[in-house]
Design a protein around this ligand. Structure first.
Ligand SMILES: [Zn+2]
Length: 282
């Protein structure tokens, strides 16, 4: 069933686990994410980034997720990821997204607060929950996101930001990157502990791809309730297509088979994340 993201994350906060937010782009990625969530019996967040609005029919996409979620045996949320434009956020709210992320992290704190508060006022009137970010997640290898300056979240600013804006969950920058790490990851878990002590709302970690399992487990213990995963999912599908390109060059190859195989190729990495985030690794 489709469930508001706030409810999914508050349940996670109480249960001390995290929910995977998979960046998806089409039917196959949505089906893979929901099928995996059902197998592991965990909720899942379907996240579509504003950057894909050019290629994806947003209203059609939302209707598709609503229809599949209605049949799902686990809670499914529909989230707008990294939106910079108010009009994208309003478009997502109008067509049934259950949460939106406004990313004003490139602005100074007061400017970010003003813009975020405006989004919170609109979204809450429609019963849609809001994620926002202070600090900035840097860009690693194979990422499809914009460059961030890697400024870590200041706990006092986080407390002030949440209080002033009324957001429902906070993306904290603690050293993860979008995409894969160049070299060793430097994730500041003691900073996460301080942020957790400063705010009550569920915390979100961007940049799940390539983050060592042990660090993810520690971050969840310290209050992370949602982890975004994009690059590893894309890489699983792309690697599959590259590996089988010869077979698919066969004149008899049919697109339906290729798409179905591609979907199956994403499921192991999604399963790994859903199980890890649910503390079901044994
Ligand atoms: Zn992100």
């Amino acid at each position: 069933m489709l469930v508001n993201t706030k409810k999914v994350l508050e349940d996670a906060q109480r249960g001390k686990y995290a929910v995977a937010a998979f960046n998806v782009y089409n039917l196959e990625t949505v089906q893979a994410a929901i099928r995996v969530a059902e197998k592991v019996n965990q909720p899942v967040i379907i996240a579509l980034g504003e950057r894909y609005f050019g290629e994806v029919d947003v209203e059609g996409f939302s209707a598709m997720v609503h229809a599949i979620a209605a049949k799902a045996a686990v809670p499914v949320s529909l989230h707008l990821d990294h939106a910079y434009e108010k009009k994208s956020i309003i478009r997502a709210i109008r067509c049934g997204f259950t949460s939106v992320m406004y990313d004003g992290s490139k602005f100074d704190l007061e400017h970010n607060i003003r813009n975020t508060k405006d989004i919170v006022d609109i979204a809450h009137m429609a019963g849609v929950s809001v994620e926002a970010e202070i600090g900035s997640v840097a860009r690693g290898a194979f990422s499809d996101e914009d460059e961030g300056d890697g400024t870590l979240t200041d706990p006092q600013s986080a407390e002030y930001f949440v209080k002033e804006t009324g957001i429902d969950f906070l993306a904290a920058a603690i050293g993860t990157v979008h995409g894969l790490y160049h070299g060793e990851p430097h994730i500041d878990l003691s900073l996460l502990e301080k942020i957790r002590a400063s705010v009550q709302v569920p915390l979100v970690l961007h940049g799940g791809s390539g983050t060592p399992d042990e660090m993810i487990t520690q971050a969840i213990k310290l209050g992370i309730c949602k982890i975004n995963v994009n690059t590893e999912i894309s890489m699983a599908a792309v690697t599959h297509l590259q590996t089988h390109i010869r077979r698919y060059s066969d004149a008899k190859a049919h697109l339906s088979t290729i798409m179905s195989d591609m979907q199956i190729s994403m499921e192991p990495v999604m399963t790994k994340f859903v199980r890890l985030l649910a503390n079901k690794t044994n």
